[in-house]
Design a protein around this ligand. Sequence first.
Ligand code: HEC
Length: 146
Amino acid sequence: MKNILTLLTLTLLLIACGSKENKKTEIASYTTEKQTPLEKSIADGKLVFKDFCSQCHRSNGKGVGKTFPPLAGSDWLRDKRTESIHAVKYGLKGEIVVNGKTYNGIMTSLGLSNQETADVMNYIMNSWGNTQDKMVTVEEVKAVLK
Ligand code: HEC
């Protein structure tokens, strides 16, 4: 009887360990292999945003008063795709109207690579309720000349 119990305990332990390992590999493959190119770009863009944009546009994308325009729900970002890519890559200054509000500030060029520009564009175009029809690619950024 005692032997059977020991055997049972061992078997249960083995099963428990086995299933734990299975779960681990499932999570690992979800975050790497199963990530679509867009998901990867958005994830990378989130890091770019945190380092290069959030101090002005804030991590909630709402901007700051009359100084820094919002990206969350921005009609400028939604309707001016090429201009937005240009602004992020090369900077932007002068009067612009975002959601009916006039801004007249300066965003200097942040020195991002084409890849970082594409990634951060995909992040801001797919965050805070913003939606995007088509992913921004490195080729598209490359085609937007200074
Ligand atoms: C130093 C502050 C600052 C930083 C950092 C900054 N911006 Fe801006 N951004 C501005 C200002 C100011 C404007 C408005 C410029 C104007 O009035 O012409 C602007 C405008 C914009 C616009 C167009 C208007 C809108 O709200 O849709 C986009 C898109 C944008 N920024 C994206 C970004 C992204 C992405 C980053 C990071 C890679 C970034 N910005 C970093 C200050 C900043």
